[in-house]
Unconditional design. Structure first.
Lengths: 535, 269
């Protein structure tokens, strides 16, 4: 630890530039990480506002606020903004901040590209959001962009495609950077298998990104040429096949689901041991489970397509492969439970979010298992049951993990302890309202309410009202998080360790982490990936 | 006070159940296969519930017992090969056991051979077209007028005053009870999906392709559904109504609408 402090002092002359150029030209992983995180929080509120418009319209039967065209634009844009603008960049931001700190690297391996991969994003999202003001409005064909419907999009169509190209470009560059950093820049004694779980999860996620973002780019490019250059990849009239798009899309889309959850697994695997005061149970099997999930994610895509008409053997294969995913996922949950077992737990805000993650993500996993049963899936498909399922995985799943990570590492980033009471209030309100919001959707789907409809039969009215109340409660609770961030600088100074003897290299540097860290590779114990003497 | 509000709540749920509001579960439906689908759904639900109770139970016990404030020193263990092997193998066995009944139902769902009636259902933006293949009858089926008027933005008509709001059509699809009905699905424009929960059927209607499904309704009555695949602005407004009637009534309906009754109704008997 003393070495790190000395290094920081020695490098003080390389502090950040002043003003806006610091952020525009920065190649510093911490600055870029911060920008990613602020950007994703902004997008979270943009996408959340769209969700609240959707939920307002759905509060009662009948149309009260918006036309169906605009409703469809809101559902489509909500998904695109939340997936590509909020969740994914937030994980990349955490990777930027924490991966170099966890593996003892001075920065990301490709710092200039790192700057690029961030600054592409605001451009992509300005373009995407500008479609709201175009003739014909924003894309309204769903985030899955199924042809032929998506080809009915108005002037915004090419902007949609191009913004997705840009997001893909950003993700691919980010992924390359993370892989190169982890593979080449680990401190010499850090054996790959012993690497902290967050870094491991990101290494695997980065390979998923590399594999599937080009597939998405290809699919949307084919949409572009179908629209403007006379091809018929997906147009039945020209001999094309609209179902082929769905196969290509979901070959991207299912791994994408894991791109949004594997880093969350990594985060939870960091937080639970710290607050249980016990080493992570089954570190290696956690890594193998991540790898198994990543592999399986490539061979289950057609479970999104059980109603398109598929050969029986195909349906059976995809059903069985999908169910197999619950084996490594189960291993992870059992391992987290075993980490808690006979620990000495305390319940600070990061731990609360991590625990809620384990419980509520598991509920999303259960509905996922039910969705794999083909005849039942035929009923669930495109109903509110599916909406409930993937929101359980993404909101109390990915988002709670992100919130937990923010609280966990915030003192390391800012050098101050956040307001613990406000954090706990934020957690409890979020945890209660997220269930009020999404749990009734299971019932709506089972009772027969399709997704993506602006209005519904009166029999669905009651649970929709409950869900809308939950939505506003959840949305407003997130403002507490903004309050926590804004008041953080007023908190008491944080120590280097922040928590009660957490394990990992990031806790050996001072808080706030100096602008440059690990100019010389730190020494770690080969068996545990952090300095042994440091207890 | 608490007891009073509790009774009130139970009364509310009960009354709600009667009017199908606050409905909690999937309908069991009107065909053998919808019943099988429901059973599979419940099997999935109970398997998840049992696993959930066990896993959550262990975690909640741990949350109560293994906290720092109770003064325990944290244990040091970090792996157990036998435990890890056990909780890898047992789920595999459970999953295989779940797949077997699902596969049996899937085989039946695919068996569209020897239908008594074949109906070509074509999706349009935004209504359905039904063509009875051997009965010389074809017609469009659109959202019924009262729903159409009530659904407009700024409409003063209360949706609750409209019978079967958004689930009523001008011309329903009519089928005889007990007959094996084959539905051939396609589309004229974008992808739609024909979903009737009580029949446990949902299949995409895709331009340039024909998808086949089948059902055999066991009771007379009316079942309702909706388009399930986003198909543009009026996706929420293309309901499906299937009326299941006695075979002689089906013949009468055919004749009254200009169709030709075939011997199907008798065959269904
Ligand atoms: Cu999937
Ligand atoms: Cu539709």
């Amino acid at each position: 630890m003393t070495t790190a402090v000395a290094d920081a002092a020695h490098h003080v002359e390389h502090g950040p530039a002043k003003g806006f150029s610091r952020w525009l030209f920065t190649t510093n992983h911490k600055d870029i990480g911060t920008m990613y995180l602020i950007f994703s929080l902004t997008m979270f509120f943009v996408g959340g506002t769209m969700a609240l418009i959707v939920r307002s319209e759905l509060a009662q039967p009948g149309l009260q606020f918006v036309h169906p065209e605009f409703f469809n634009q809101m559902t489509t844009m909500h998904a695109l903004v939340m997936i590509f603008g909020a969740i994914m960049p937030a994980f990349v931001g955490l990777a930027n901040w924490m991966v170099p700190l966890q593996i003892g690297a001075p920065d990301m391996a490709l710092p200039r590209m790192n700057n690029w991969s961030f600054w592409i994003l605001p451009v992509a999202f300005c373009m995407l959001l500008s479609t709201l003001f175009m003739p014909g409005g924003a894309p309204a064909g769903g985030w899955t962009m199924y042809p032929p419907l998506v080809l009915q999009t108005g002037d915004s169509f090419p902007f949609l495609i191009f913004s997705i190209h840009l997001m893909g470009l950003s993700s691919i560059m980010g992924a390359i950077n993370i892989i190169v950093t982890i593979v080449n820049m680990r401190t010499p004694q850090m054996v790959l298998i012993r690497m902290p779980l967050f870094a491991w999860a990101w290494l695997i996620t980065a390979y998923l990104l590399l594999a599937v973002m080009p597939v998405l780019a290809g699919a949307v490019t084919m949409l572009l040429t179908d629209q403007f250059f006379g091809t018929s990849f997906f147009l039945a009239a020209g001999g094309g096949d609209p179902v082929m798009y769905q196969h290509i899309f979901w070959f991207f889309g299912h791994p994408e689901v894991y791109i949004m959850i594997l880093p969350a697994f990594g985060i939870v695997s960091e937080i639970i041991p710290t607050f249980s005061r016990k080493p992570l149970f089954g570190h290696d099997s956690m890594v193998y489970a991540l790898a198994a999930i990543a592999f399986l994610s490539f061979i289950v895509w057609a479970h999104h397509m059980f109603t398109v008409g598929m050969p029986l053997s195909g349906q059976m294969f995809f059903m069985f492969a999908t169910m197999m995913i619950s084996v490594p996922t189960g291993v992870k949950i059992f391992n987290w439970a075993s980490t808690m077992w006979r620990g000495a737990m305390t319940f600070e805000t990061p731990m609360l979010f991590a625990l809620a993650f384990v419980f509520l993500f598991t509920i999303g996993g259960f509905s996922g298992l039910m969705l794999a049963l083909v005849p039942a899936d035929i009923q669930y498909h495109d109903s509110y049951f599916v909406v409930a399922h993937f929101h359980y995985v993404l909101v109390p799943g990915s988002l709670f993990a992100l919130m937990g990570a923010a609280y966990y590492w915030l003192p390391k980033w800012t050098g101050h302890m956040y307001n613990e009471t406000a954090g706990k209030v934020h957690f409890w309100l979020s945890a209660i309202f997220v269930n009020v919001l999404f749990f009734p959707m299971h019932f709506l789907g089972l009772a027969g309410m399709p997704r993506r409809i602006p209005d519904y039969s009166t029999q669905f009215a009651d649970f929709n009202m409950v869900a809308t109340i939950g939505a506003f409660g959840f949305g407003l609770s997130q403002l507490i998080f903004v309050y926590v961030l804004l008041t953080c600088k007023k908190g008491p100074p944080a120590t280097a360790e922040v928590w009660d003897h957490p394990k990992g290299l990031e806790w050996t540097v001072p808080s706030p982490a100096p602008y440059h860290t690990f100019a010389e590779p730190p020494k770690v114990d080969r068996t545990v990936a952090f300095p042994k003497d440091y207890d | 006070m608490i007891r009073k509000s509790l009774t009130g709540l139970i009364g509310l749920v009960w009354a709600g159940g009667a009017s199908a509001d606050w409905a909690l579960n999937m309908p069991q439906g009107v065909t053998d296969l919808s019943q099988e689908t429901y059973d599979l759904h419940m099997m999935g639900f109970w398997v998840c519930t049992v696993i959930g109770v066990l896993v959550f139970g262990v975690m909640i016990f741990s949350l109560i017992k293994h906290r720092k404030t109770s003064g325990v020193a944290p244990a040091k263990f970090s792996h157990s090969t036998s435990a890890e092997v056990t909780w890898t193998i047992i789920p595999v066995i459970i999953l295989v056991a779940m797949c077997i009944p699902a596969a049996k139902t899937m085989i039946k769902l695919e068996d569209t051979r020897n239908p008594d009636i074949s109906i070509v259902v074509t999706g349009y933006q935004w209504r359905w077209h039904y063509a009875y293949q051997d009965q010389d009858l074809a017609f469009y089926s659109s959202l019924a007028r009262p729903s159409l008027e009530a659904r407009q933005l700024g409409s003063t008509i209360d949706p609750y005053s409209v019978d079967n709001y958004l689930l009523e059509v001008d011309r329903p699809m009519v089928v005889p009870v007990g007959a094996k009905v084959r539905v051939l699905l396609t589309s004229n424009d974008v992808i739609h999906a024909w979903w009737v929960p009580e029949l446990a059927l949902k299949k995409d209607a895709i331009p340039g392709m024909v998808n086949e499904i089948w059902f055999r309704a066991e009771h007379t009555g009316t079942v309702r559904g909706q388009c399930a695949e986003l198909c543009g602005k009026d996706h929420g407004y293309m309901p499906i109504v299937v009326e299941v009637v006695e075979p002689d009534e089906f013949d009468k309906w055919l004749t009254a609408n200009g169709g030709t009754p075939k011997a199907v109704a008798a065959a269904a008997k």
